[in-house]
Write a protein that binds this ligand. Sequence first.
Ligand SMILES: C[C@H](O)[C@H](O)[C@H]1CNC2=NC(N)=NC(=O)C2=N1
Length: 130
Amino acid sequence: MTFTQQTKGTDTMTALAQAQCEACRADAPKVSDEELAELIREIPDWNIEVRGDHMELERVFLFRTFRHALAFTNAVGAIAEEVGHHPALLTEWGKVTVTWWSHEMRGLHRNDFIMAARTDQLAASAEGRK
Ligand SMILES: C[C@H](O)[C@H](O)[C@H]1CNC2=NC(N)=NC(=O)C2=N1
């Protein structure tokens, strides 16, 4: 899995968000422990959850209303569809839990970190954040 960072901007999260996702393959390499330590620093508000035999990236976003939560849910869904890499999305009143991991390879790929960074960028401009 190559991973091309379009820019080496000062804000590494922005650079991560602008990186290109690659098509997920079952035999794609999981991120190494070193990559994990480096990449999680670029998305500091995300938690690494160990679930069964794999890790997942997860963050809760709070909103004033269900309508705002639903709008954000749909915005995340749209960027997922654009790249063909999809999160788990739990939408509740005033709250959206976003979880990224790579199903076919049962683990964390750089794509998951890219999409978490893009999710943060969406949240930065989302209406009704608490
Ligand atoms: C056929 C389709 O492209 C694949 O099933 C994609 C869809 N979206 C995906 N999303 C995630 N998170 N992991 C995958 O392995 C995955 N595979």
